[in-house]
Design a protein around this ligand. Sequence first.
Ligand code: DGJ
Length: 745
Amino acid sequence: MSILFDDTSKTITLHTRRTTYQMQLAPTGHLLHLYYGARSEGCFDYRLLPRDCGFSPNPYELRNDRAWSLDTLPQEYSGALCGDYRLVSVYPVAANGASGADLRHASHRIEPGKYTLDRLPAAFARDGEAETLTVTLRDAATGLRVELLYGVFAEADVIARAVRFTNDGDAPLRLEKAASVCLDLPFGDWELLHFHGRHCMERQPQRTPLMTGIQTVRSTRGMSSHQHNPFVILCDRETTEEHGLCYGVMPLWSGSHQTEVEVDQMGAARLVSGVCEEGFSWTLAPGETFEAPEALLVCTEDGLGDLSRRYHRFIFRNLCRSRFVGKPRPVLLNNWEATYFDFDADKLLALAREAKALGVDLLVLDDGWFGNRCDDNRALGDWFVNEAKLPGGLDPVIDAVNALGLKFGIWIEPEMVSEDSDLFRAHPDWALTVPNRAPTMGRNQLVLDMGRAEVVEYLYGVFSALLREHRIEYVKWDMNRSLSDVYSAALPPERQGEAAFRYVLGMYDLLRRLTEDFPDVRFEGCAGGGGRFDAGMLAFVPQIWCSDDSDAAERLTIQRGTSYGYPAASMGAHVSACPNHQTGRTVPLGTRAVAAMSGTFGYELDPARLTDAEKDEIRAQIRRFRALDALLQGGDYHRLAANERFTAWAIAAPDGSEALVSVVVTHTEANPRPLHLRLRGLDPDADYVLAEQAFFGCALPPGAESPGGADPARRYGGAQLLCGGWTLPALYGDYPSVQLHFKRV
Ligand code: DGJ
């Protein structure tokens, strides 16, 4: 049993293999949060020493006990307007105008298995590996029932949380805030690590000490966004990659989100995370229910690296439902950076022939194959093939590509519509626009109202026919603008605050139906690169295009930042042409492959422009990728270094049998200082050989035949390598790199 109720101490304790989470029913019925940390037994209420702090009020029945205040005690899920002045988790407003929530325990139950959610993505259990706790709280004044859901994955050390709200009253009720998680940490000195960025530079880690007051990380864009990823980490000031306490909060939500962290008057921290409050409200008619998105909690004492690896494993084992997880991955060539909109059947087939000769498995036809799509100003919504570019439709191209022995994939952007499209002319009200206001345009396109069932139904009809009628084995699902003008012609005035949330639900519905009905099609998520790289999407798709910045040097930091929460094998990454189209930088071809191999691996260039030597190199890269694919997907990811001179990471088999260490020199020095790195992921009790030491893009000093380096024939102890690290030979040139493949003997 991983969930225990102790009637004496009135505690509910959630145990995972290495962590313990505890809450307590107070005599008032309020639910206090007692502990979340390393696994241990016992009741943690001794840590709370209530005292009158002044101006912190008391529940009515404890009015003679001024020490007991919701304002100073840690709450499991904070109410509103009832004497706790810190962050609110839920904000209901009743029909009579009464607002706030005084949440009191009504019941709780413990059940085998993992709870499910109605229309939202949720983690799933295999073979009885999870238990569910449901704690029901009620607010008498508004009639709101709040069910706190906890799915405890003991082996994985993950706790999934979600919240279900039901109106038990006899009049409508409005939720103005409905968070997924409240996490009170009464003691500690915390830092917030979050992942910010912009288009072409997503998920840059930023770690800042918490200040007294409130810090907020949020997106109001209707998508999880390039700017602020919903995943955050709270860590102790001393926490490093390998040591120290940290908590991860990973929402399974792809829309506007917010995570707030407050440090209160007593130095206690409260984190509240969920759907973004701005623009959100939800009306619950009597008997109706609203579910807030799930979030995955991980806590570890073993540093940020351990936290990341727990998420990586969990996402592929317990979240993503795609049957492609762990399967050998096709090497693809995407025509976007090769041709942009300027292609026709002949060009595509020329690309396909070249791709085949390189050893590629799959040709992906990107944007521009439909309607009058000659540029990015038009035709979204007109999902019929552009016969001027592809005479006779898709089939002749697909057949020819298949005849070469390649699979065929296609790009779609279902959620959008161009003003200049037949779809918009037929259904102008299907676009999100505010009456009497010219809509804000993004990439000169509008956003479909995915909250409308008929829109989703229409899109399902279009795209299921596309996949049914053609031999398409891969779909890149793109989304190229932030939402604005979020007003739904289908909702009454009092429900307009639901439109953005309903948009995401509708998008999930379509994605779920298409991925379930076409399980043999590999789907890739995308939103102008990595604008919707989140765990909500990863519940459906095994991979997401990580960034529109395909420069390998920049990808090092983008992919490293992404790795804090998300698995390397989920990051769409391609080798592209140089000078790079986004930065103008030239990075050696080999180093470009080293970066792309830490993601899904593929190509995004015109092979006809390659020299014969480059083509040979690419053939070798593809052979190498195939040989390493199982390790790259199944291995544990270790961030080894990221400094002003080099970036290094390792992907190590969980059983310690092998590890691939990749190092890219980002700043080459004259008379260089030694390049020394620590190693991780090896078995200290085993012996290893350096089975391969592959250098890429290294300029050799005059007269030298190779950069040199360690003796491959020598045996090294695992402990020796872990403690002593590894010294690389001097690597010269721009962005040289090396991959070291250690194998157990
Ligand atoms: C944005 C994507 O991230 C690109 O890879 C490409 O598919 C374009 N959209 C096409 O419009």
